[in-house]
Design a protein around this ligand. Structure first.
Ligand code: SF4
Length: 215
């Protein structure tokens, strides 16, 4: 199908372009053509026996990485266990801050090479900045936006879906759009911007998938 081919070509161009930008910002970025290649690439980066934490991500869910980590030769800080949130899952989040590897998605990547993320608990945005020795970020080209304002807007648009997915009782799960709520179950509590990868060169690796993955 010519339309599919042209879309794939356009996505590949976008992926190559953002990888060049991210590498100029001192991240270690590379691109792959599809989700299967991304899975192989990420698993190839993990060292056997290493401790691995995972940030909540629809992209990683689509890749089926949780199942692989549960059955692989890793020490997996498994945040998806059926345990009470506090203290058990919170404790896993704390331990995750010392993991050898953090695997995560990102909410947005600007065309200046900034990574923008918003969290409910902070367990994803905090270790992206500091803690785990290695951070591996996987993102589809649908995460690319023009500027910081577009990144914040993107996050406001996707957050209601996240709130519904994790079953938080927030106004946006009724309306479908953000009303900047002030309720206890609000999921948009911490927002970070990673401007570059200079401070710990090589720590943050980014795999761009030349497809639309997750949301
Ligand atoms: S601020 Fe509140 S209403 Fe807005 S997206 Fe986040 S949880 Fe939903």
């Amino acid at each position: 199908m010519i339309i599919d081919k042209m879309k794939a070509w356009k996505n590949l161009c976008k992926a190559k372009d953002i990888v060049a930008i991210l590498n100029r910002k001192h991240f270690q970025a590379s691109y792959v053509e599809n989700i299967e290649e991304a899975k192989k690439k990420v698993l190839g980066m993990l060292e056997e026996g290493a401790s691995v934490a995972i940030g909540g991500s629809t992209t990683l869910s689509e890749m089926g990485l949780v199942e692989i980590l549960r059955n692989g030769n890793y020490k997996f800080f498994d945040r998806y266990q059926d345990l009470p949130f506090d203290p058990d899952i919170v404790d896993i989040h704390r331990k995750s801050l010392t993991a050898d590897f953090l695997l995560t998605g990102t909410n947005a990547i600007t065309k200046k090479g900034e990574l923008v993320n918003t969290d409910c608990t902070g367990n994803r945005v905090a270790p992206m900045i500091f803690g785990p020795k290695n951070v591996i970020i996987v993102a589809g080209v649908n995460k690319i936006v023009d500027c910081l304002e577009d990144a914040f807007q993107r996050i406001r648009e996707i957050a209601p879906m996240n709130s519904k997915r994790i079953k938080h009782e927030t106004p946006c799960t009724e309306t479908g759009f953000c009303v900047d709520c002030d309720c206890k179950k609000r999921i948009c509590n911490f927002t970070t911007i990673i401007h570059n990868g200079i401070k710990f060169e090589g720590r943050i690796r980014i795999v761009i998938i030349a497809e639309e993955i997750g949301y």
